[in-house]
Design a protein around this ligand. Structure first.
Ligand code: ADP
Ligand code: MG
Length: 682
């Protein structure tokens, strides 16, 4: 057999079955896998002036031994070897733990180079490496790999070095040459060399730049390829809605649509009409008016003879949506029903029956919507709200309740562009980037818990004006482990504080849905003026008369979540306020509070949130399908991501891509990853 990169690692000298076994645990099976197993950082062996080294930083220094080594044993097999070393003007201590054998190698006045962690207070290096004589690794970066089992860094470096020596020449280029020239990227062979055996920092940087681009481009090609495939191959329905009726509906709304709403409505209508299946993400900050857009889309679908479904993550939200949709749609003869797990017995049967017979036009609900017993007569449009709270699987089940229905995902969590084009890269995106006229920006303040009295006085001032307030706590009940405010206690305290003047309600996830409903109704109708709640009110809840949002222990929430909570106020025409009660200890926490007081823009916040928390945590759950990149970082490398995205889009659309030799490798890649056959990405 001709030598090739797909041969098992055992073909390499020095790699036997046992090593291969260990490597396989790291998903390294072939020579190619080994060569493409990149270091996650580099050891920097350049000599540095101790004056410039930070406390606890790793450093390499060269110096003259200034004392006889002293060796102390303590416990079994434990030892500490100490020497004094003169490094420039510094006389420092260097200690080696559990390497007693070094004692005989070190001699007074000899030259040594040590690498280890610098303790600036004790003027001491805890060393893990010793070189006798001068630094032979000067100007050198050594790769550090993430390893499993008994593999050592040294061993790994050796294996990769052997692999490169024997097989490096077989590494093929996969990027079109024109791209290498255009972006001045290293070719693949050189990049592999530089990433494993760099001479200096710049080589690492260049190699990394190349692989980041490659990784993003391949990923985006898959996404865009899939999108193209879906468009062309997945049969959809062309919904011939009644434009006249739709216009009348829009004219009769209590307010004119914003330009942004008009734009997204048009984008959605176009998708409904087209024979392709709509696969669209609708983003709009809290309060930007997505519900009415959903209503228009649902109405359109019904006038075309189809049914619609709206799935939301919580019962409260389902109820609210059902209420507003009924309010909007029923005057036009559209029958809307609510289905949650608390709709039971005869009522449930009735709804399901009518749904099957097509008498229910729009079904609104929670996960209850995707149960087996639910079947539509002719489902044409599926909408999910806060869709990142649903798994891929749940969304698929809902979709399969109809025959290729159009699909719209709505979210009020502004998704940073980087995530939108990775996680949702195969979707079309509509953005409502404009608030309805007359909205005032919510004034946000950060207060220390000691200032509670003043905060309550502020709340009272709003209540006296006839407004209402939310008070959010992170927990329901007192917790032994956590010293944070809980809703039950705060409810008791505030009830007492405001007694005989205002009524305080309590809401949390453990109430029965009847009780939740009752509390929510009391708050909506202003029988209750203050609602103490956990984050169950986070999404969707709409009480325009509420102008005050107080959040206890605000540092415990992420930025996006705080923004969602804040979005519960500012929904009417009155000035609203948000008060963050927090004394964050960490710098990150303080930073977050500050950002909240500085901006009301959900997109700015979400970008910051992504920066602080990283993509994996952004949605709070792992199920959200965020791709894992081997080397690229979609936050820090977002420019490369943008570039790769537009390049991929350009390639997929160009005729040349599908025919010329230059793109053969990329075509093969798409074929092998199943995209051209319409297989789903995992
Ligand atoms: P969200 O995008 O958070 O779901 P909603 O759809 O709940 O926002 O809208 C928030 C509020 O704004 C609702 O009371 C709704 O009636 C109102 N609204 C929506 N669109 C407009 C508009 N174009 N002009 C004025 N008010 C609007
Ligand atoms: Mg909404």
């Amino acid at each position: 057999m001709n030598p090739n990169l797909n041969q098992p690692v055992t073909i390499l000298k020095g790699i036997g079955e046992e090593t291969a076994e260990m490597l396989s645990e790291m998903r390294i099976y072939t020579v190619r896998d080994l060569l493409e197993y990149f270091p996650y950082r580099y050891e920097d062996y350049r000599l540095r002036d101790l004056a410039e080294v930070q406390h606890e930083e790793k450093v390499t220094v060269e110096g003259k031994v200034h004392s006889e080594p002293s060796l102390v044993y303590y416990g079994r097999k434990k030892s500490k070897l100490t020497i004094r070393v003169l490094v420039g003007a510094y006389l420092i201590k260097v200690v080696f733990f559990n390497q007693p054998y070094l004692k005989n190698k070190i001699s007074m006045n000899g030259l040594v180079t040590v690498t280890g962690k610098w303790d600036a207070h004790k003027q001491l290096i805890t060393a893990n490496e010793l070189q006798l004589g001068e630094n032979k690794k000067n100007n050198h970066f050594e790769p550090v790999y993430s390893l499993r089992g008994k593999l050592t860094t040294k061993g790994m470096r050796k294996f990769i070095s052997i692999a490169y020596q024997q097989y490096g020449s077989l590494i093929e280029e996969n990027l079109p040459n024109s791209f290498l020239v255009k972006y001045r990227l290293l070719n693949r062979k050189d990049a592999v060399k530089s990433i494993h055996f760099p001479e200096n920092q710049d080589e690492v940087k260049q190699a990394r730049r190349r692989f980041v681009y490659e990784e993003f481009l391949l990923f985006q090609l898959k996404m865009q390829g899939l999108r193209k495939f879906e468009r062309e191959h997945s049969p959809g329905i062309s919904q011939s809605y009644d434009l006249l009726k739709l216009k009348e509906f829009i004219d009769k709304l209590p307010f004119p649509l914003t330009d942004a709403q008009k734009r997204v409505v048009n984008e959605i209508l176009k998708d409904l009409k087209s024979p392709y299946r709509m696969n669209r993400l609708l983003q709009g900050d809290v309060g930007s008016g997505k519900t009415v857009v959903a209503a228009i889309a649902l109405y359109a679908s019904v006038t075309a003879g189809f049914q619609g479904a709206l799935m939301v993550p919580t019962e409260i939200l389902a109820e609210q949506h059902a209420e507003s949709l009924k309010h909007l749609l029923e005057p036009f003869g559209i029958i809307c029903e609510l289905l949650t797990s608390s709709v039971k017995g005869k009522r449930r049967k009735e709804i399901l029956q009518q749904l099957m017979e097509g008498h229910v036009h729009v079904l609104i609900g929670t996960h209850a919507l995707i149960q087996d017993e639910v079947s539509f007569q002719k489902l044409g449009l599926c909408i999910t709200d806060e869709q990142h709270r649903f798994g891929v699987e749940q969304r698929r089940i809902l979709r399969e309740k109809g025959e290729n229905p159009d699909v719209l995902f709505m979210t009020a969590t502004p998704i940073p562009r980087t995530l939108a084009i990775t996680v949702f890269g195969e979707m079309d995106v509509s953005i409502i980037d404009e608030m309805p006229a007359g909205r005032k920006t919510i004034e946000t303040y950060w207060a220390k818990p000691e200032m509670l009295e003043r905060v309550l006085a502020f709340v009272e001032k709003e209540l006296v004006k006839g407004h209402q307030a939310y008070v959010i706590c992170p927990l329901i009940e007192e917790s032994e482990k956590l010293d944070v405010q809980n809703a039950i206690d705060v409810h008791t305290t505030l009830s007492h504080y405001f007694q005989n003047r205002f009524k305080v309600g309590l809401m949390h996830g453990r109430l029965s849905s009847d009780d939740k409903d009752a509390v929510m109704k009391e708050f909506s109708s202003n029988e209750v003026q203050i609602l103490v709640s956990t984050t169950v009110v986070e999404v969707g809840v709409n009480v325009p008369n509420a102008t005050m949002m107080v959040i206890y222990d605000a540092e415990r929430f992420g930025l996006s979540q705080l923004h969602q909570l804040r979005g519960r106020v500012g929904r009417g025409s009155d000035q609203s306020y948000c008060i963050l009660l927090a004394s964050p200890k960490s710098e990150v926490g303080q930073e977050r509070m500050k950002i909240m007081t500085e901006t009301n823009d959900g997109f700015v916040l979400s970008e910051k949130d992504l920066e602080i928390r990283g993509p994996g945590d952004f949605f709070g759950k792992k199920q959200s399908g965020i791709p894992e990149f081997k080397i690229a970082d979609m936050v820090h490398d977002y420019r490369a991501l943008e570039t790769a995205r537009s390049d991929a889009a350009m390639l997929i659309q160009s005729k040349d891509f599908w025919s010329t030799e230059e793109y053969a490798y990329l075509r093969k890649y798409l074929e092998e990853s199943g995209v051209l056959a319409g297989e789903k990405l995992d």
